[in-house]
Design a protein. Sequence first.
Length: 173
Amino acid sequence: MKRLILEAPWYTYQKKVKALFERDPAIHVGEIVEPEDGSADYLFDIEVRDHEKFLAMDRVFPKCVQFGNVILAINLYDEENDTGTADVVALYETIFRGNPIVKDVRLAQDPTGTQHGFVRFQPEVIQFFDDDLYDYDGNWSGLAQDIAREVFQDEIRSIHFCTAPVAANGTGE
């Protein structure tokens, strides 16, 4: 094993957010710091260099996450200053536009007539070092859909995160 150290869950959360947007040139996820003003126990910044993406993320991304008695604040920064509006599905299209981790965003209707949005991620494993004692290298491994479900917590708005099928040749659908 590489290292036997334990990561706090708020660090794992930040790493998941970072992994989700790591390949998107318009979004930069900062490191965790302890705020001087005491507004939270820890915080990290997300800088968005696309105003439409910022507006979309501002509407759906949590501003703080609680881990027991520890509060992790998330600051979104708009690096542009244009205007724009969109519905919830379009918000996710905007958030993930240009991010190769996403295959597509689709809208579908179930048999009852209810509309559902689907963010379909590429069938790839995301991996980063964490405190997984069951992994030889200490890595956390998982799918983007699992990270998105935890990060956005948006199933109640009929937005679902899933993985696109793996094609027979292994390149996706």
